[in-house]
Design a protein around this ligand. Structure first.
Ligand SMILES: N[C@@H](CCC(=O)N[C@@H](CS)C(=O)NCC(=O)O)C(=O)O
Length: 254
């Protein structure tokens, strides 16, 4: 059976879908989608939506990390992404929903804000994606990047200064919640369930922002997130206003 994953390495939900395929031992083909070209590329590939991850599986086209989790579990039940126990399964499903709707938008929004507002970060991204003529390309993509600032995510926020500052204010409590979900056994590691993967991909990407690395590292979830998603290793250079970072500052340990 042909399984094709359309993805972008910088996209954390794409990393979730790839990790699920790997855990299930499925042979798959990977198609790199060039950032900012998702909508065109995926429509040309026959998908109805314009976001990665997008999966072709047995003639079906499936988009969205949560839908992909269910499609993979149905076709390859082992190892399961959802526990058999109904009460535990309900907790995992709720944590997965929370991970997608509340945590997943944050790194995406910070990234979009930074790429639109910070020319150095824009050039860094262009270089990291191996796009040609970095200085010129960084200028050329600006209108598309500006357009993405207006995207309203599931949590109702967009990549404005207000949205970014609200994210930074919310982040410490969100990471505390991830630690609690680990502590109460909702997020399992062996094997990782659908909620673990959904949430840890976001934690791993957040830890890659130099501006947030200290806050993420001060949480128990940092280590499993790094281990599950080692591909997010290089650091995104600092780009957030130091004043805005007050809520995410961690007291130095003595
Ligand atoms: N909640 C969706 C998010 C999908 C999504 O927004 N993907 C981003 C990359 S992280 C994308 O492709 N955006 C392109 C666009 O919105 O045009 C999921 O979990 O799959």
């Amino acid at each position: 059976m042909t399984v094709v994953l359309y993805w972008m390495s910088i996209s954390h939900p794409s990393q979730v879908a790839r990790k699920m395929l790997e855990l299930k031992g499925v042979e798959y083909e990977l198609v790199d989608v060039v950032p900012l070209n998702q909508r065109i590329h995926l429509r040309l590939a026959g998908f109805s939506g314009g976001t990665v991850p997008a999966l072709k599986l047995a003639g079906k086209r499936i988009q969205g990390s949560r839908r992909i989790a269910r499609a993979l579990d149905e076709r390859w039940p082992e190892p399961p992404l959802f526990p058999a126990d109904p009460a535990l399964c309900a907790r995992v499903e709720e944590a997965e929903r929370w991970g997608e709707e509340e945590l997943q938008p944050i790194p995406r929004r910070l990234f979009r804000y930074g790429v639109a507002r910070n020319p150095e970060l824009r050039q860094w991204v262009v270089r990291a994606q191996h796009l040609p003529i970095p200085a010129l390309t960084a200028q050329a993509i600006r209108p598309a990047v500006e357009w993405y600032l207006r995207t309203v995510e599931a949590d109702g926020r967009r990549a404005s200064e207000a949205g970014v500052r609200a994210d930074l204010a919310a982040l410490p409590a969100l990471l505390d919640h991830v630690d609690r979900l680990m502590g109460d056994g909702t997020l399992t590691l062996d094997p990782p369930n659908a909620a673990t993967l959904q949430i840890m991909a976001s934690v791993s990407l957040l830890g890659r922002f130099v501006d947030l690395a200290g806050l993420v590292a001060s949480h128990a979830c940092a280590e499993p997130a790094r281990e599950l998603f080692p591909r997010f290793r290089a650091g995104l250079p600092p780009f957030l206003d130091p004043e805005w970072l007050e809520p995410v500052r961690v007291a130095p340990t003595t």
